[in-house]
Design a binder for this molecule. Structure first.
Ligand SMILES: NC(=O)c1ccc[n+]([C@@H]2O[C@H](COP(=O)([O-])OP(=O)(O)OC[C@H]3O[C@@H](n4cnc5c(N)ncnc54)[C@H](O)[C@@H]3O)[C@@H](O)[C@H]2O)c1
Length: 486
């Protein structure tokens, strides 16, 4: 779903910008994009037309309403409590200042949790300029808190497309500022710098990218020989992926269904389409609450895993008439079709946990014979001529990103991964990384996990010299080969 304002079209014409896609980059970082309630904003005046000044007279920022900063600061403090890993990194590396003289252009969601990352990077010695990677996800009060603390932040909820690029531009191109690192979520800061400021781009030491789409673009650039700097794909770090896909979804599927439908889970029949990481997490949670869970799969390995875990593997058609809930988590399209939905019983709830919003063929429900009734935010009843109604959540978009909040702990994992990737690229001796896309070294991935262990009072066993020798391992890690499947 592409949309483009007139001014953006003009901008595009002049400098070949990509248009913003609501369904693309900005929403595909599971671990920092989330529904976040924000205080209502009282006026329609564009922040670009307002006088921007903090209480100390600082004015190198553009936010919706600087006077909301105290509220934003409290939000950041709450997030800090549940982000032990990134806070530990802040304490451990604060004296060493591993990011001293790093000048980072950041383009991520701007919410309380990412603010903890921004402040950590500064604590580690970096200078930053920050814009939002999504026009809707900024928590205005948090942006205000960052501006009040003296960080150049350019973001507000409900930016136009033109504002969006203007904000990123303000972070890239400022007087006396030559950035040397990019922290991107969706590839937009990278894209703008590469296209509009190629000389500046050449001075970049490294790019850290979080999202699926951004990483995909980096690989494409690299393939086309246009990537002139090293880039780190943090999206596929093992620790982060486990949290995004398995552990986080295990919790948020329940949260999403509860918040939208107030349902009781015990005894409900659920079919989970796809038994990958996301599907496994969802099944585990639903089973734990007493649901009868069925799984559909195309892959015999995942199917046998589902069997071993005690789930019945079925074809959707075999159970679709009886189930109370249908969840898709395949990453595929048209997994639930109109034909399936025609067979569902009245009251059946359908939602999607996968990336694409075409897993459920929602378009097939937009026919004259069916009536849509919005019953709540993110909840539609679709009513058949005979009175049967199915409950469609978030119109088939990712239900947890649309309807639940994201645990700060999950963002702590991502943020610590991003910070370590920046430190690694910034401090790497010349030649360690070429102009290519890399995964975070496993040792650092292990370090991210270890930063979070003290929260659980978890005590790691150390290898003895004899054991290390026997296993052919360094006592400090890495403990697994790269091909190990966790
Ligand atoms: N909601 C979130 O917060 C969140 C978090 C991470 C990933 N995701 C997205 O969720 C999706 C699944 O992620 P994953 O890590 O579990 O991927 P995965 O590849 O591990 O699992 C997907 C599974 O679906 C199966 N599958 C494919 N087509 C199917 C079909 N027609 N019917 C039944 N099964 C089918 C595949 O065999 C695979 O086992 C992806 O689109 C991913 O981007 C969402």
């Amino acid at each position: 779903m592409h949309f483009e304002s007139k001014s953006a079209a003009a901008l595009k014409k002049s400098s070949r910008y990509r248009s913003r896609s609501l369904s693309a980059s900005s929403n595909d970082s599971y671990s920092s994009a989330s529904y976040t309630g924000s205080s209502s904003d009282e006026d329609d005046v564009s922040p670009r037309e307002k006088l921007q000044k903090s209480s100390s007279g600082f004015s190198d920022f553009c936010v919706k309403n600087i006077s909301q900063h105290a509220f934003g600061r409290r939000e950041i403090e709450i997030a800090e409590q549940e982000m032990p890993g990134i806070m530990a990194l802040r304490r451990r590396a604060g004296d060493d200042k591993p990011l001293k003289s790093a000048k980072i252009v950041g383009c991520t969601h701007i919410n309380a949790q990412t603010a903890v990352l921004v402040e950590t990077l500064v604590e580690l010695g970096a200078q930053v300029r920050w814009a939002a990677c999504n026009i809707y996800s900024t928590q205005n009060e948090v942006a205000a808190a960052l501006a009040e603390a003296g960080y150049p932040v350019f973001a507000w909820r409900g930016e136009t497309e033109e504002d969006f690029w203007w904000c990123i531009d303000k972070c890239v191109n400022a007087e006396g500022w030559q950035p040397n690192m990019i922290l991107d979520d969706g590839g937009d800061a990278t894209h703008l710098m590469l296209k509009k400021y190629p000389a500046m781009f050449k001075m970049i030491k490294g790019i850290v990218e979080e999202s699926v789409t951004g990483v995909h673009r980096l690989y494409q650039l690299s393939k086309a020989g246009k990537l002139s700097v090293p880039a780190m794909n943090v999206n596929d770090s093992v620790t982060k992926t486990k949290f995004d896909n398995l552990y986080s979804c295990r919790e948020s599927i329940i949260d999403s269904l509860k918040r939208t439908t107030d349902m009781m889970f015990g005894g409900k029949q659920v079919v989970l389409c796809g038994y990958g990481e996301v599907g496994k997490g969802c099944c585990q949670a639903l089973k734990g609450l007493g649901c009868v869970v069925y799984v559909t799969e195309i892959d015999p390995i995942c199917a046998i895993q589902a069997c071993m875990d005690g789930f019945r593997v079925v074809k959707l058609n075999e159970v679709v008439r009886n189930v109370d809930i249908v969840v898709t988590a395949t990453g595929n399209k048209n997994v639930v079709t109109r034909e399936h939905m025609d067979k569902m019983k009245s009251g059946c709830v359908i939602c999607n946990m996968g990336h694409s919003n075409t897993e459920i063929d929602v378009n097939s429900l937009r026919t004259p014979d069916l009536t849509w009734e919005k019953v709540r935010s993110q909840v539609d009843h679709v009513i058949w001529p005979d009175g049967k109604r199915i409950v469609l959540l978030a119109e088939g978009r990712l239900v947890n990103l649309s309807c639940s909040s994201l645990p700060s702990f999950v963002v702590s994992i991502t943020a610590a991964t991003q910070a370590l990737a920046l430190i690694e690229l910034f401090n790497a001796p010349h030649g360690r990384y070429k102009s290519d896309v890399y995964l975070l070294p496993k040792k650092m991935d292990e370090y991210v996990a270890s930063l979070h262990l003290p929260t659980f009072d978890a005590h790691l066993t150390e290898l003895s010299d004899e054991q290390a020798k026997y296993m052919g391992l360094n006592k400090a890690g890495p403990f697994k080969p790269n091909y190990y499947r966790y």
